[in-house]
Design a protein around this ligand. Sequence first.
Ligand code: NAD
Length: 264
Amino acid sequence: MSSKLLSGKTALVTGSTSGIGLGIARALAGEGANIVFNGFADAQDIATLLENTAQEFGIQAVHHNADMSKPAEIAALFAFATEKFGGVDVLVNNAGIQFVANVEDFPAEKWDAIIAINLTSAFHTSRLALPRMKQQNWGRIINLASTHGLVGSAGKSAYVAAKHGLIGLTKVSALETAQTGVTVNAICPGFVLTPLVQKQVDDRAAKEGLSNDEAKRALLADKQPSGEFVTPEQLGALAVFLCSDAAGQVRGAAWNVDGGWVAQ
Ligand code: NAD
């Protein structure tokens, strides 16, 4: 019988085919959790991901391609997780997208998509996960917010609004579960070099005639005093801590991991 922290438990990580979600899913698998992956990718890449994760960590890994902007597909994702594993013990609300433009130029459909994927999906997953978590008196919800849940940046109205909202949802959910074995917290990363941020690096390189490395340094210099990217592995380690007994009284936190961004 394995004695890992999450042996026999099931973690659903939304948007886990890439970037931070993938890093967190791998960290939770390393603690023995079965993983429900979600997110978009080529079918062959998903098959390889499932096989490699299951083999590397000795757990079961499945994938559901729910579009997190669609409540009916989120419900189907939960039905799938319940059928496969009996339910979700650890919920990581991570799926997210970005778009950068000033408010007056911001396409309305991009606003709607960002609010739906980065904020409203976490309401739907939480409402579906909480009854079972409360009933078994154990559960963990970890919402991937951002430094942009704590402070603003020009050009990112929808993203900043969604991430501030996600921290609000985190606080309220934490209060509603405060006297149970369920905890709800948010992680607020600074810049992590994932495809979401590489696009901002590419845009900056094109706009300012910079090399890829120069554009990365410029992006970090604007916001992140350490001058270094946060890594998905560092965020995975924090997610594991939040799942531990030691974190049992960490409730409603918005925990920045940001190279000093919000200390300024
Ligand atoms: P990423 O682009 O690498 O990964 C996003 C994941 O979400 C992918 O798996 C993608 O397939 C999935 N996804 C996108 N739209 C989806 C949808 N409609 N339905 C289901 N899945 C969908 O991005 P990332 O940088 O790893 O970001 C992950 C989360 O972390 C996001 O919520 C993001 O806002 C947040 N975040 C990122 C950074 C950063 O610097 N990269 C910083 C702070 C917060």
